[in-house]
Design a protein around this ligand. Structure first.
Ligand code: ZN
Length: 305
């Protein structure tokens, strides 16, 4: 089986952007890595990964070389990426046309849209497959601040959308349902979420980027910043703290709504937090911290009233 990759730009004979190409097809057309890379732009075949890859075509004429290595794609894939097209993504449909024509039920959102890159990337490629309103309702989380100037959805944003879906799922269904994101190479809800109640929190630094979820046990306000302590199954050496710098609250209506939630936080109730990012040890504070970079990267699941 030849290695495959996805075209990111149209090519006159290989196909349009989004089409899957084999390294053998490229090798037939181009004799050197340079000519191939000039003409063909590709990314990882696993659409959940999608890192840019380059084409390596070994020089066959190189003197003295008995067996030349075979042509291949080279890229920096996240851990766990299989570099293979997903079984459901057949042949040459682009990711976007698949979404539009997706025949399977869209009960749960499937594609992660990063609010940080979405704001920058105005190529019009922004798709909101789960924008059917269904998942926005019924959460009871502050319908007050839905008007969001500058934000196109409810203030809980991307993490809230996936968190509410995750909460509705069984363990089996988390393993079955796709969640496509560059940081989630395994591509399921199960692989995207990391629950403090279900998992060890001993080596969080190695867990990498996830949507972490845990009950909140402390709320500290220092200046305009908030530090939320998380409950662990077994206490580790370092407390696990979610950090919200004051600038996060300045991001539109979503930021203001988040600040409002935090100011009225009631620890007498068990409140679950969902936050996207990765934990890093802060030696100065002797704690492991996840710094939230955007109000849409955190979701506070308030108990039903
Ligand atoms: Zn990859």
């Amino acid at each position: 089986m030849h290695e495959q990759a996805l075209l990111t730009e149209d090519h006159p004979s290989l196909g349009n952007a989004g089409a899957l190409v084999g390294i053998d097809q490229i090798e037939e057309l181009y004799k050197t890595s340079v000519s191939a890379n000039n003409a063909v732009k590709v990314k990882c075949a696993n659409s959940s990964c999608g890192v840019k890859v380059s084409i390596v075509i070994p020089d066959k004429e190189k003197a003295g070389r008995k067996t030349s290595p075979s042509a291949h794609f080279r890229g920096h894939h996240p851990e766990g990426c299989d570099r293979k097209p997903q079984t459901s993504s057949t042949t040459t449909t682009s990711a976007s046309s698949q979404l539009k024509a997706n025949p399977v039920k869209k009960e749960f959102p499937q594609v992660w849209i990063d609010p940080l890159t979405a704001a920058v990337n105005s190529s019009g490629r922004l798709l909101e497959p789960a924008n059917n309103g269904e998942l926005r309702s019924g959460s009871g989380v502050g319908g007050r601040s839905r008007e969001g100037l500058g934000t196109s959805e409810g203030h809980s944003g991307v993490v809230g959308k996936f968190a509410r879906a995750w909460l509705k799922m069984t363990v089996q269904s988390r393993k079955r349902n796709p969640l496509k994101a560059p940081w989630n190479p395994e591509g399921t809800y199960d692989s995207a979420f990391y629950s403090f109640e279900l998992n060890s929190t001993k080596f969080l630094g190695k867990v990498g980027t996830k949507i972490f979820t845990a009950p909140v046990i402390s709320v500290d306000k220092v200046g305009g910043d908030f530090y939320l302590g998380l409950q662990e199954k077994a206490l580790g050496q370092a407390p696990k703290v979610v950090v919200l710098k004051s600038e996060v609250f300045e991001v539109g209506a979503a930021g203001r709504a988040l600040l409002n939630q935090l100011n009225t936080f009631d620890l007498a109730q068990k409140v679950y937090l969902f936050c996207y990012g990765s934990f890093k040890y802060n030696a100065g504070a002797s704690q492991s911290e996840l710094v939230v970079k955007h109000p849409h990267f955190i979701y506070i699941d308030l108990p039903a009233l």
